[in-house]
Design a binder for this molecule. Structure first.
Ligand code: TRP
Length: 457
């Protein structure tokens, strides 16, 4: 198998740079820009950041390389790729590995079902910011605005449906015409807006307080549950365990070193999260607002801050537009694994698969829309439909998928077989990657799973 010549039947990125944009676009999403700054603050600032970086390095990075290597080696959907390699390596149950691929892709499907709803809120907030809905409003008024918005199921559904249709049209158009075209536009805009926001925060916000909040290490705040939170977020933020990096790796031309590219993606993902924190917190502190309010942070605190500052309409609109774009490039990546799996399994076109999958995601998304309006009472295990889907996909399926990938590449295949897929010149890097993937990564993920199942996180 020569990865240099192989091309996936589903398409190929036109360059390593486009792959980098796509993978970074997948990694950077609502998780980075809203969740990372918030949990960093709540869980001890600088100390949390150090643990998070450690998790990215020891769990995220090795797994990112492993997933991309699986894709580049087999050039098919996650299910077919795992099955093909299992067969080539003489494993006894290749079909079971195909099932693992299906399950991973299903996690992405479930994640998209709530991602579109939250992204729909973001789109609504972009337009509300543009209309000046937050200008000179009190904290109470803006909180009421958020609460009344999420409680209007038809409006929320209209926005999430719009976002979902855009996502499925893009995915349906295919790798070259759909994904690339949108990435070329949205990723540079995203970075540009983020930098503009950080500059604005430096001038208008309380930058010293923001810096202190994010980077002052308070190791006394570091407990095991905190370490587990950091690890779990590293997982979600890089988009691992759902087959996304397998299928994106399948489209990667076989000329570049995977470890280097994966390192760059992880660095970009982390850098964007830090930039988001640096853009957000100086503004929060300059207006005497509370940083650790939870899911409402972006939708309540930020509009309050922007509503009070000069030029807030423009900056606020830019912020939510940026968040919508980041969510869009992530949303695409959550469904691409299942998209290719369905195309392979049923032999249909991408367009047909996009229609059916879009309809299915839409139906499941009703659960999340309802969780904030129709059925806001807990359904099961004291959780709403949204919380159930999120828990099942993010806390159970992603870590399980990641653990299985680590075991598959680290223990169930011949290590040397991955040399060709990695194209890594340095023997030391290759060996370091393989050792960490075999020992550290699976143990770390197992810890997250156990913690999630015993309710410690
Ligand atoms: N990484 C994205 C974020 O931080 C979310 C995401 C995109 C994702 N693709 C994924 C999460 C695949 C899990 C699996 O918002």
């Amino acid at each position: 198998m020569d990865v240099r010549k192989d091309v996936s039947p589903h398409g190929q990125w036109s360059s390593r740079w486009i792959y980098f944009l796509a993978a970074t676009g997948s990694a950077v999403g609502l998780g980075n820009i809203w969740k990372f700054p918030y949990i960093t603050g709540v869980y001890g600032g600088g100390a949390f950041v150090i643990v998070y970086l450690g998790c990215i390095l020891l769990i995220g990075l090795p797994l990112l390389i492993a997933e991309a290597a699986i894709g580049r080696r087999a050039r098919h959907s996650p299910a077919a790729s795992l099955m093909t390699i299992a067969r080539a390596e003489g494993r006894r149950y290749p079909r079971a590995w195909g099932a693992v691929g299906w399950l991973a892709a299903l996690a992405g499907f479930l994640i998209l079902s709530f991602y579109t709803v939250i992204a729909g809120w973001v789109v609504y907030y972009t337009l509300a910011a543009l209309e000046g809905a937050f200008t000179q409003r009190s904290a109470v008024e803006i909180t009421a605005l958020f609460e009344s918005h999420v409680a209007r199921p038809w409006v929320v559904l209209a926005y999430s449906t719009g976002f979902l249709v855009a996502t499925m049209v893009c995915v349906g158009l295919g790798v070259r015409r759909g994904l690339e075209a949108s990435l070329r536009f949205s990723m540079p805009v995203l970075i540009l807006l983020l930098v503009v926001l950080v500059i604005y925060a430096t001038i208008e916000g309380d930058f010293a307080a923001g810096l202190q909040f994010l980077f002052r290490p308070d190791f006394s705040a570091l407990t095991w549950p905190v370490v587990l939170v950091a690890m779990g977020h590293a997982f979600f933020s890089l988009g691992l365990g759902a087959g996304t990096m397998i299928i994106y790796g399948a489209y990667l031309p076989g000329t570049s070193s995977l470890p280097r590219t994966a390192l760059e993606i992880s660095l970009a993902d982390t850098a964007v999260a830090m930039l988001a924190g640096l853009a957000l917190f100086p503004i929060v502190f300059a207006h005497g607002l509370e940083p650790g309010v939870g899911p409402q942070l972006v939708f309540v605190t930020v509009p309050i801050a922007f509503g009070q500052m000069p030029g807030g309409v423009l900056i606020g609109t830019a912020f939510f537009l940026m968040l919508a774009l980041a969510a869009f490039t992530s949303a695409i990546s959550t469904i691409e694994p299942l998209m290719t799996t369905v195309v392979e399994r049923f032999g249909c076109s991408r367009r047909q698969a996009a229609c059916w999958l879009g309809a299915a995601v839409w139906l499941v998304s009703l659960g999340t829309v309802g969780s904030f309006s129709w059925w806001s009472e807990p359904l099961l295990f004291n959780r709403t439909a949204f919380e159930l889907i999120d828990f099942l996909a993010s806390n159970l399926m992603l870590p399980a998928g990641g653990l299985l990938v680590a075991l598959f590449v680290g223990w169930l295949t011949v290590g040397d077989g991955w040399r060709g897929a990695l194209l890594e010149r340095s023997e030391l890097s290759f060996r370091a990657w393989y050792w960490v993937l075999r020992y550290i990564t699976p143990l770390g993920i197992a810890a997250v799973l156990i913690a999630a199942l015993t309710g410690r996180t």
